[in-house]
Ligand binder design. Structure first.
Ligand code: FAD
Ligand code: NAP
Length: 338
């Protein structure tokens, strides 16, 4: 049902209270197609909402917010080594991970406990602990917001990059993703445990050999120990991307800051954790009224209660400027600002 003047506070993990002029939840492909075709001439802006966990809402939205709740899981192909699973874009991502683990299908266990919906996962090519969506991605289906026509995208057409895709660039705001098909692995599984604290966390659990279910539990435990739960403190996860800078720029940075953590990329540039830069610039744990920088994770901006999206946006500007002044590195926001 189309509703008017709806508060979006419960629909974004920052808990920002702005209103949508028009709001509709859609739970089937047929309904989505009908709705888009019927509204083609309405001429209003359309905002697609999943779980609202990668958003900063800075003002009331005058257009239409379409909340995607298209559900369903279907094995569309299977061979000796893989299962091809087509998933409705409105399914919850973490519940999908748990479902796959229950079937003993591997590939997304390192992406446990990421909030949000399946349809948003390709938008920024979600990633964590050394795995990205693109590693298991086969294709996705969309409806054009301009025509209501269906279009299928393979991995190449999605143009995946580091927390990036075609849908954050030229395809931004043009499509409703309705399903995503993943290629999952059958046993025996290859585990990806080289990243961060996974091995240490696994060793605490038991002696091994380890399973994909163990890896998921380890990732969940690490995340719960480090990240604020949006149900308790409003946040959108990492607010900024980790900058990837040229080898020569990194050489200069390291000469001035020998202890800078860094991760060389295969093709030459170097990734520097944005959280480290923000912490060095003195922001970690800083609180201004009802908003601030999380005390355990400098990459996460938080809403302690009644902050506005504009407060948090202004804080992000200040952080970016101070990192630029101190390190000559331009941070980029990861969250989508509306
Ligand atoms: P939303 O916030 O609703 O939308 C995000 C963007 O995608 C918007 O531009 C929206 O228009 C678009 N969109 C959403 N659904 C569709 C659709 N069906 N069709 C077209 N466009 C759509 N991200 C990571 O990559 N790795 C992490 O480890 C991670 N950890 C997080 C931890 C916490 C505590 C939080 C709060 C966030 C974290 N995130 C992480 C960010 C976020 O969870 C992901 O980006 C997630 O994929 C967003 O899903 P969503 O459904 O909430 O998207
Ligand atoms: P962390 O382990 O404290 O590491 C800090 C940063 O260094 C990470 O962001 C990560 O970059 C990079 N890093 C660490 N080990 C690496 C390795 N072996 N190879 C390459 N890069 C490495 O990070 P964290 O904050 O606790 O997060 C853990 C994982 O969850 C990360 O992958 C992070 O991206 C993901 N996460 C994402 C969000 C989000 O909203 N996007 C929120 C929470 C956690 P990468 O980020 O590039 O991996």
């Amino acid at each position: 049902m189309l509703r008017e003047n709806v508060s979006l506070q419960a629909y974004n993990t920052f808990g920002i209270d702005v209103q949508a002029r028009w709001f509709i939840e859609i739970d089937s492909l047929t309904r989505a197609t009908e709705f888009l075709v019927d509204n083609l001439n309405a001429g209003q802006d359309v905002y697609i909402l999943g779980g609202g966990s990668n958003l900063l809402l800075t003002d009331d939205l005058q257009g239409l917010v379409l909340c995607n709740r298209i559900m369903g899981k279907e094995v569309v192909k299977e061979d000796e080594k893989h299962v091809y699973l087509k998933v409705g874009a409105g399914e919850n991502w973490h519940e999908l991970v748990l479902y796959c683990l229950a079937q003993d299908w591997g590939g997304i266990e390192n992406l446990s406990l990421i909030p949000g919906c399946v349809g948003a996962a390709p938008i920024q090519n979600i990633g964590a602990y050394g795995v990205e969506l693109k590693d298991v991605f086969v294709e996705l289906e969309t409806l054009s917001l301009a025509t209501g026509n269906p279009r299928r995208f393979d991995a190449n057409a999605c143009g995946f990059g580091y927390r990036d895709s075609y849908f954050k660039r030229t395809g931004k705001g043009k499509y409703l993703i309705t399903s995503v098909t993943l290629r999952l692995n059958k046993a025996p599984h290859q585990l990806n445990t080289s990243y961060g604290a996974i091995e240490a966390e696994l060793a605490q659990q038991h002696d091994g050999p380890y399973t994909i279910q163990n890896v998921s539990k380890a990732v969940i435990a690490i995340r719960q120990s480090k990240l604020p739960d949006p149900a308790e403190i409003g946040n959108s996860g990492s607010f900024f991307k980790n900058p990837v800078i040229s080898a020569s720029a990194f050489g200069e940075l390291q000469a001035q800051h020998p202890s800078v953590p860094h991760y060389p990329q295969s093709d030459g540039p170097v990734k520097v954790p944005a959280g480290w830069l923000i912490e060095q610039a003195g922001w970690k744990g800083k609180r201004i009224g009802d908003y601030g920088v999380h005390e355990r994770q400098a990459l996460v901006l938080v809403n302690y209660g009644r902050a506005s999206g504009q407060d948090i946006f202004a804080l992000s500007e200040e952080i970016m400027q101070s990192v630029l002044d101190q390190f000559q590195i331009q941070l980029e926001r990861e969250v989508n600002v509306w």
